[in-house]
Design a protein around this ligand. Structure first.
Ligand SMILES: [Zn+2]
Length: 280
C-alpha cells in the first residue's frame, strides 16, 4: 500500500522534472541554479551564468542560453591554438581558461599568464552594445572621488557597473593619504577604440574599464614591442587598491604577464562564487 502511494506521487514528479523545464537563474543572492533540467553541471559555464544573471538563463550542451531566447557557442572545438590565435580568435572556453586569483598575488607570472586578457568580444557586444552608438546609449556619469576631485567618469549602467564604480570611488576615498595619488587622477574610462597596435576592441569601448593614475603605472607595451617578447614584470600599485576593485567584480591588469597596472575591468565571471553567484 505504502509502495503504491509512493509511485502515485513520485511518477508524476519524475515526468514534470524530465519534461525539460528551465530552471531559471535567480538574480542577486541565493543559489544561482542556471542549468537546464538534465544538463550536466559545468563549473566554467556556471561562472558565466552566476556572474551575469540578468542576461543568462542557463546552459545546455555546448551552449550558453540567454534570456532573449538566443544561444552562444561555448567551445569552438579548436584545441591547441597558439598564443596569438588564442588572443585573436578565442571562444568563451578560452576566455575562462586562465584562473584569476583575488588578493595579494605577486608577479612575476609565468609566460602569457594573463587571466582576463583573453576576451570573446561577441559576448560583451551582446550585453553592452554592438556599436559605438548602442554602447553610448547606456553610458552614465559617475563622480569620481568627489571629496578630492571634480572628475566625472562615464561607464555603462548595464550590469550595474555605474553603481559598482560609485561604491569603489567611495571606498577609495577612505584610503590613507599615501595611497590617494594612485587613483585620484584616473587615465580614463569609456573610449571606443582598439587595443594599442591590435585589431582587438578594447574593453574601454564597452564602458566597463577604468585606468587609474597613469603616472604611477606600468604597461608592458611601453617597455616591449611584441606580444611574444620575454617580459620582466613591473608594478607599483598597492594591493589595498586592487582589493577594493576586486570586491565589486573588477579584475586588475597587474595580475598579467603582459602587465597593465593602471587597468581595471568589470569581469565578475573571473571572481564570482559559483555556488551563490556573489562576488567576494
Ligand atoms: Zn585600460
Amino acid at each position: 500500500m505504502r509502495h503504491k502511494v509512493f509511485l502515485f506521487i513520485a511518477v508524476p514528479i519524475f515526468f514534470i522534472l524530465s519534461g525539460g523545464l528551465l530552471l531559471v537563474c535567480r538574480g542577486g543572492g541565493g543559489q544561482a541554479e542556471a542549468r537546464e533540467a538534465g544538463a550536466r553541471f559545468d563549473p566554467q559555464k556556471q561562472k558565466l551564468a552566476a556572474a551575469y544573471p540578468r542576461f543568462i538563463s542557463g546552459y545546455k550542451g555546448n551552449e550558453i542560453l540567454f534570456k532573449d531566447g538566443t544561444a552562444m557557442q561555448f567551445s569552438d572545438g579548436r584545441e591547441n591554438k597558439d598564443w596569438l590565435e588564442t588572443l585573436n580568435n578565442p571562444d568563451l572556453e578560452d576566455m575562462l581558461s586562465l584562473e584569476y586569483s583575488r588578493g595579494n598575488v605577486t608577479g612575476p607570472f609565468k609566460k602569457n599568464f594573463d587571466p582576463g586578457r583573453i576576451r570573446y568580444v561577441p559576448f560583451f557586444k551582446k550585453m553592452y552594445g554592438r556599436s559605438r552608438r548602442e554602447v553610448e546609449a547606456n553610458l552614465v556619469p559617475v563622480k569620481w572621488m568627489p571629496r578630492y576631485t571634480n572628475i566625472t567618469l562615464y561607464v555603462t549602467r548595464i550590469n550595474d557597473v555605474d553603481r559598482k564604480l560609485r561604491e569603489i570611488s567611495s571606498e577609495l576615498e577612505k584610503l590613507p593619504e599615501r595611497l590617494r595619488k594612485y587613483v585620484v587622477s584616473p587615465g580614463g574610462t569609456y573610449n571606443y577604440r582598439n587595443i594599442k597596435d591590435t585589431d582587438r576592441l578594447s574593453m574601454h569601448s564597452f564602458g566597463i574599464a577604468v585606468d587609474i593614475t597613469v603616472k604611477y603605472s606600468y604597461y608592458w607595451n611601453w617597455d616591449y614591442k611584441n606580444e611574444l617578447d620575454d617580459i620582466t614584470y613591473r608594478n607599483d600599485t598597492p594591493y589595498e587598491i586592487v582589493r577594493i576593485f576586486e570586491k565589486y567584480g573588477f579584475i586588475w591588469g597587474g595580475k598579467w604577464y603582459h602587465y597593465d597596472t593602471m587597468h581595471f575591468e568589470y569581469r565578475p565571471e573571473l571572481l564570482v562564487d559559483i555556488n551563490d553567484g556573489i562576488v567576494r
